[in-house]
Design a protein around this ligand. Structure first.
Ligand SMILES: *Cc1c(COP(=O)(O)O)cnc(C)c1O
Length: 422
């Protein structure tokens, strides 16, 4: 069994707090091996302080006092696990990182200031001038834009393909391809990519497989178990789940890649703040119950929409009509809570529909307790070129819906009255 990185200043602990530390370490290891997912959501990775605090304390400090000049030097030389400075490491942030590493079955976690900070830490760590990346065409809009509009200036090459088609991935690979970057389910088309097949291709070509697992959260999918090298999330979405922070997390399978990415994060300075980390730890505890309720609501809404005469099409991994429904069942432990659909009246009808909703909120983002709805072509993906949108299947009539944990009857009644007005 691999030990998670456990960054605690053992040298400066009193005997009592050392006993607490040892008990917690033992609990942590037992939890990783034996506990169910919801138990790990509540307990894994957490540490207590010498007062026996039941929750992870917020260490709202930028810097940490060294016991002596020698100890300071040892910290910098990497000979001590003592904390130095919050951009480098902080006990509250560590607890969150440990917990996500456990939930994703990885070596270690790196918490960052946003999902985009996670994507950019990965790009800048793994790609050098002249290297090539192959990625999902319907990927999160800014994750594509930053590569084709910014990093291209530094000599990054990229190819965006429909990664639900494994042959298209194989064809896109070049001798200088270093990274295969997959988002599944993809945003906002809900296309599902076969991660085991991707891992095989990556292994064969010596390419690093990176998976954006934001839409599933670790509750529904664990890409590292399917052969990925790196998994990351926008914690802004399901992991935090309360639409009140922006954050990201990267988890690697192996230590070497963890060290490489951590060093990049520290140098970029895109660490999460301790208070933000605390809020994520708090939100994360209910991930299981939130996900169960959200996806039950989403399943009912998807069926309602599919049967509605004014709805042209619905894409939801839980529906038999989804082109990769079978793959979704094999790869994911549930359909998730994001639905995309189009109205027969196209974008004009869509706009009227959005303006008439009263329970669902007209806002970008997803994965929170509240139902959010938006129009990707004019909002989240508006900076993607018209041509790229078309090939990625981001049509003008596409509406993206993230289903929350409200009473499903209220959501269906709300949709009913808004559709009636069309
Ligand atoms: C939101 C999102 C991101 C970016 O995350 P931020 O926290 O907004 O920076 C990346 N990938 C997916 C799939 C997302 O939904």
């Amino acid at each position: 069994m691999k030990l998670q990185r456990f960054n605690t200043n053992i040298g400066s602990l009193s005997l009592n707090s050392f006993i607490t530390f040892a008990k917690n370490l033992r609990k942590l290891l037992m939890k990783k091996e034996n506990s169910g997912f919801n138990t790990r959501l509540i307990h894994a990775g957490s540490i207590s302080d010498k007062f026996g605090s039941a929750t992870v304390p917020i260490y709202q400090t930028s810097t940490f006092i060294f016991e002596s000049a020698d100890e300071g030097a040892r910290c910098f030389a990497g000979e001590s696990d003592g904390y130095i400075y919050t951009r480098i490491g902080n006990p509250t942030i560590d607890a969150l990182e440990r917990q996500l590493a456990i939930l994703e079955n990885g070596y270690g976690g790196i918490a960052v200031s946003s999902g985009m900070a996670a994507a950019n830490t990965i790009y800048l760590s793994l790609l050098s001038q002249g290297d090539h990346i192959v990625s999902t065409d319907a990927v999160y809009g800014p994750a594509r834009n930053v590569v084709v509009k910014q990093w291209v200036r530094f000599g990054f090459h990229s190819t965006y393909v429909d990664t639900t088609d494994i042959e298209a991935i194989k064809k896109a690979i070049r001798p200088n391809t270093k990274v295969l970057y997959i988002e599944t389910p993809a945003n906002p088309t809900m296309g599902i990519t076969d991660l085991v097949a991707c891992a095989e291709i990556a292994k064969q070509h010596g390419i690093i497989l990176v998976v954006d697992n934001t839409f599933c959260s670790p509750y529904l999918q664990n890409p590292l178990d399917l052969g990925a090298d790196i998994v990351f999330h926008s914690m802004t979405k399901f992991i935090n789940g309360h639409a009140d922070i922006v954050g990201g997390i990267i988890v690697t399978k192996e230590k070497a890649m963890y060290d490489q990415l951590r060093s990049m994060m520290i140098n970029l300075g895109c660490n999460i703040d301790p208070h933000q980390a605390f809020l994520v730890i708090r939100g994360l505890k209910t991930l299981g119950v939130r996900m169960e309720r959200s996806q039950e609501n989403a399943s009912q809404l998807a069926t309602y929409l599919e049967n509605h005469p004014k709805v042209a099409w619905v894409r939801f991994p839980g529906l038999h009509s989804h082109p990769q429904h079978q793959l979704a069942k094999e790869q994911m432990r549930g359909p998730g809570a994001v639905i995309s659909f189009g109205l027969k009246g196209g974008y004009e009808a869509g706009k009227k529909f959005l303006d008439n909703l009263q329970v669902a909120l007209l806002a970008v983002s997803l994965g929170g307790v509240e139902t959010l709805i938006q129009h990707p072509a004019s909002m989240t993906h508006s900076k993607v070129s018209a041509e790229d949108k078309l090939t990625a299947g981001i049509t003008d009539d596409l509406i993206r819906l993230s289903v929350g944990i409200e009473d499903v009857k209220d959501l269906i009644d709300d949709f009913d009255q808004a559709l009636d007005k069309l």
